[in-house]
Design a protein around this ligand. Sequence first.
Ligand SMILES: *Cc1c(COP(=O)(O)O)cnc(C)c1O
Length: 521
Amino acid sequence: MNAPNKSGWKPAMEAAEDGLHNGPQTVTGNRALMLEEPLIFEIGKAEVTGVDLPKIDPAVPTRLAGLHRDDAIGLVGLTEPETVRHYTRLSRQNYGIDLGFFPLGSCTMKHNPRLNEKMARLPGFADIHPLAPQNSVQGALQVIDELATWLKTLTGMPAVAMSPKAGAHGELCGILAIRAAHTAAGNPREVVLVPESAHGTNPATAAFAGYRVEDIPATPEGRVNVAELKARLGPDVAAVMITNPNTCGLFEKDFREIADAVHEAGGYVYCDGANFNAIVGRVRPGDLGVDAMHINLHKTFSTPHGGGGPGSGPVVFSEALAPYAPLPFVKQDDAGEYYLVEEEHREERGPTFGRMTAFHGQMGMFTRALTYMLSHGADGLKQVAEDAVLNANYILRSLEDLLHAPFADSGPCMHEALFGDKDFGGDLSTLDLAKALIDEGYHPMTVYFPLVVHGAMLVEPTETESKASIDQFIEAFRSVAQRALDGDQSMKQAPYYAPRRRLDETAAARKPKLAWSEPEE
Ligand SMILES: *Cc1c(COP(=O)(O)O)cnc(C)c1O
């Protein structure tokens, strides 16, 4: 039986108090297979440990040079079976792509083929060390090189930096290369232009790299206002950062025209390529005049992500920026041997801005992404984009009669469908709809982003969902949308069925409690 819950959380049976369940109040707080699980500090004991360790004889000198601990470490212990149950129970309260549809827009949560995992776990990839002699890890270097070739081919760009470890890290890599190129030409310039609908990481990156960020407004149809952008160009503008397809789920049709104007004014074009899965195999960003673009391997080419990692954000570069790319990069010598070009290879590298990470990037993600590419092939990757776009348009057209779809008249959407909270009844908001969707067994879509749409709901199905699973989602989404439009006040308390109910998300973000302390009785 579980220990009483001391941390102030109300058990899931709280829902019964709302009169929604007519079942009995259980002693344990469990509801059949939905088990309550207290924090490890509430069930473990400091005196308990799951392993037998020999008693330490204080008279025997240690080799810790006096750095050994004299007081208790303050961690609780569990036996092995208790440990297994604790974490298994917690994992059952988690939602993941292996459990159900994960429509989180912009995040591209798609099924991760098991083959990828099998390849990433091969000892020749999983058990090597970044400092291993290069002649002993030729296969791993070849994987990096082959993946680089695929990325350059798919984007139509001549160079790629493989080491950045996430999309935002890749953005920084691209902007630092742009800064280095401008500096080499005599002036780093001052301003980076970012459209209103940009992902939050774009302005953050530009500011972090020392630039002043200026907004470019969107047109009523959800695309960059080209006239306003052109009017703002000048000798102080270092770069524009544009997401394409953009975060309203639309393709920026005037990208080439924008790129030409930016180049004309001596600036560079950064493309946020997080949404590359919508155009992979169909559009080559190099043909659109892009100078630098990160690719989220952990979105476009499957590979699991979430909760902050792991990620991988290689950056492709144009001819103009390639010399400033970070080290290292993989090359092959005349004898066919792979090696890493580093700082000391002065003849082989350009005026690089430096490096992004200690080593060579996320090997596990490289292996997964290359496996995904090779198992799809060139034709399969094209189909990825087509199916992702088809699925999103199916969702858009299945909901536009009910929910406000601000850009439904701007033509087909790309890989994600965008809705707003217009006409919701009473004081109901997007948040209430999202919470009600949890009761239907779905992870909510992305909410309140992009900022250009009131109460935005960004739904991304990805190509790996079947029609049956999308149909079921549409049915559930239509039902909660109708309740929101009708002003169903019970939604204010949703979710009713989740292990935890409404949380104070603002307090959790602003005043996180990072250490457990004994609660006051
Ligand atoms: C995910 C995403 C990013 C940031 O990528 P991370 O890997 O999370 O750092 C940037 N831009 C867009 C449009 C994204 O969807």
